[in-house]
Design a protein around this ligand. Structure first.
Ligand SMILES: *Cc1c(COP(=O)(O)O)cnc(C)c1O
Ligand SMILES: [Zn+2]
Length: 397
């Protein structure tokens, strides 16, 4: 795996090249000849699929990254309108799927002898890169947008990276980091960097391994930059090429209506994604109005027979609550866009009631308090009235 390739025009490049001359992002070219599902005793986490990665992410925090549970959330079936499975990415070391990509991106930089890594992030990727850099003893610089919530800054700070809060156009910042030159150099592992996309493929390998020899009918994930969606699409393509799955699950992508450039392009039947001005949304982690892998994400949805949906703020909050009250899962509102979108898709007849659908819950809700249910205040009781109050509580239910 020594080359990156453009998914669109097929040009190939040396491995550090992240964008093609045509403007589209690149990813690692992988030869899947001889691929076999790992067996029980093999390694867990991202390292389980080292054969399809550009670098083996060495032992350490990468052992804790990936290998997340697939939960059959049958109490959500009625709300979702289909047979629902949840891939619980909140169980990664920093609480989001970003750890899969950071493990590979940081290992790649370390192997090349680089001393610094960096990223442009809304929070989850910053935290993840800082943690993996700490594990490999690399310096880490994170560039965050000026409107980042204060509690996220605190979470990032615990891993002690250099944090730069950047004023100005967040979409442009991504491109600016591709050209900056410093001494020593900083290896930027942004949202759709080929090493990150490689690591993030492992979520789809795990999902398909769990269903093998069958496949789920659809995989649904929230989309922002399009890096994660690209990774899932790439993984499914590799598995088909390897003969490990017989057919490709449809990929559906979910956005918040407040920032939905990819959903808009899908609805209008366009080939390319145009930028939008991001409005406020509770789904803060997916508020990129200028997605660098937007066209590739759009292609992932179209070419697998899936689609892209946008959902309202109310629908996101309701779905966040349903995850908790019907499956016991605390998810970030950004992830709840999947459940809201699935509900729309089943109502529209695009997903059937007997289909098996995997929602990727990309990040834990433990990091923030948005979406917490009102009107469930505790009842104050004294010990001498315990029995009566317990009985009254049961009656209320
Ligand atoms: C980063 C992130 C996403 C979006 O992933 P992209 O690769 O930018 O499309 C979705 N959910 C959560 C929780 C995230 O942190
Ligand atoms: Zn190209």
């Amino acid at each position: 795996m020594t080359e990156t390739v453009c998914y669109d025009c097929g040009r190939t490049y040396p491995p550090d090249r992240v964008r093609c001359r045509c403007g589209e992002p690149t990813w690692f070219d992988v030869d899947v000849d001889g691929f076999e599902w790992p067996t029980e005793g093999d390694r867990t986490g991202v390292r389980r699929y080292a054969d399809v990665l550009p670098v083996d992410p060495v032992a350490g925090l990468s052992d804790a990254s990936g290998g997340t549970p697939l939960v059959r959330a049958d109490r959500l079936d009625e709300y979702a309108g289909c047979r629902l499975f949840v891939k619980d990415e909140g169980q990664n070391p920093t609480g989001s799927f970003k750890d899969r990509g950071s493990a590979v991106g940081v290992a790649w930089a370390a192997r090349a002898g680089h001393e610094w890594v960096g990223t442009v992030s809304h929070g989850n990727m910053a935290m993840s890169m800082a943690a993996h850099a700490a594990d490999r003893d690399l310096g880490c610089v994170v560039l965050v947008p000026s409107r980042i919530p204060a509690d996220r800054l605190g979470l990032i700070a615990q891993y002690d990276p250099e944090v730069l809060r950047v004023e100005g156009n967040y979409g442009r910042l991504y491109y600016d980091t591709l050209d900056v030159e410093t001494e020593p150099a900083v290896t930027f592992v942004n949202s759709d960097a080929p090493t990150r996309v490689a690591g993030q493929k492992t979520v789809a390998f795990e999902i398909c391994e769990a269903f093998a020899p069958e496949t789920p009918d659809a995989i649904v994930l929230p989309v922002s930059s399009g890096g994660h969606a690209s990774a899932v699409w790439k993984a499914l393509g590799e598995l088909v090429d390897a003969g490990a799955i017989a057919r490709t699950p449809r990929i559906y992508l979910a956005q918040a209506e407040a920032v939905a450039p990819i959903a808009r392009a899908f609805r209008r039947g366009e080939e390319t994604v145009a930028d939008v001005d991001p409005a406020e949304t509770v789904a803060f982690s997916i508020s990129n109005g200028s997605p660098p892998s937007g066209n590739r994400a759009l292609a992932a949805a179209r070419r697998t027979g899936g689609g892209v949906r946008s959902v309202s703020e109310d629908a996101i909050l309701e779905a966040t609550e349903r995850f908790a009250t019907r499956a016991g899962l605390c998810v970030e509102p950004a992830c709840a866009t999947t459940l809201a979108a699935i509900r729309d898709l089943t109502e529209a007849g695009e997903i059937d009631a007997d289909e098996r659908v995997v929602a990727i819950a990309t990040g834990t809700g433990f990091k923030e308090s948005t979406g917490i249910r009102d009107g469930n205040d505790p009842v104050d009781v004294t010990l001498d009235r315990l029995e009566e109050e317990l009985a009254a509580a049961i009656d209320r239910e």
